[in-house]
Design a protein around this ligand. Structure first.
Ligand code: AMP
Length: 212
């Protein structure tokens, strides 16, 4: 099963994506995680992506489509994928459709996380992330050891600084919101869920929306 998670930054796609992946037994793929790992490792991909990411701009479509095609062809994703933040422009949605068709599969559900902008800004500006596992936390200062005890340290992502947050929301409206219209126009199975509320409640809504 291939599920596309759509929604603005801070809507909870990462956290809920993990939970949906665990419940469906299908791995999650997050281009943001792939790119951050590349930046950390100092690879060519990381060097190319870093500037865009720090500003909250989108990494070019050709780079993202390369990541998507390479990942989906791996045996890890043979049973499908929960795609978190992977499709952020209409050309990326078109590229994903072509890539899945080539693999003899397709996007089954597009799950859209609905949430107001002021809630997003509050969430993102209070967020820190484990530098080892990339798990997000709220209510913890940067610099302390990861509360999960994994040995990592909590850091503030450069793109969770206020100016970058505002830019990411602008970019979302301009470039990613049209992706939803594109899927609707394609006749895709588009499901909206209310992304505000307790983690478990949102997970239950998401699983109901994907038919579990
Ligand atoms: P995320 O962790 O999903 O918030 O992604 C962090 C940053 O990585 C984004 O602000 C973009 O700069 C970049 N990025 C991740 N996925 C994509 C994508 N599908 N298209 C373009 N840029 C992306």
């Amino acid at each position: 099963m291939i599920v596309v998670l759509l929604g603005p930054p801070g809507a909870g796609k990462g956290t809920q994506g993990e939970r949906i992946a665990a419940a469906l037994g299908v791995p999650k793929l997050a281009t943001g995680d792939v790119l951050r790992a590349a930046v950390k490792d100092g690879t060519r991909l990381g060097l190319e992506a870093k500037g865009y990411m720090d500003r909250g701009d989108l990494v070019p479509d050709a780079v993202i489509l390369g990541i998507i095609k390479e990942a989906l062809a791996q045996p890890t994703y043979a049973k499908g994928a929960i795609l978190d933040g992977v499709v952020r422009t209409v050309p990326q949605a078109e590229g994903l459709a072509a890539a899945t068709q080539e693999l003899g599969t397709q996007v089954d559900v597009v799950l859209t996380f609905d949430i107001a902008d002021d809630v997003l800004v509050e969430r993102l500006s209070g967020r820190t992330t484990c530098d080892m596992t990339q798990k997000p936390f709220t209510g913890f200062a940067p610099g302390i050891p990861c509360p999960d005890g994994c040995g990592g340290t909590l850091v503030r992502r450069a793109d969770d600084e206020p100016e970058a947050i505002r830019n990411r929301l602008r970019v979302y409206q301009a470039q990613t919101a049209p992706v939803l219209d594109w899927y609707v126009a394609q006749g895709a199975n588009v499901q909206h869920i209310d992304a505000v509320g307790a983690f478990d409640a949102v997970t239950a809504r998401a699983l109901a929306a994907v038919g579990r």
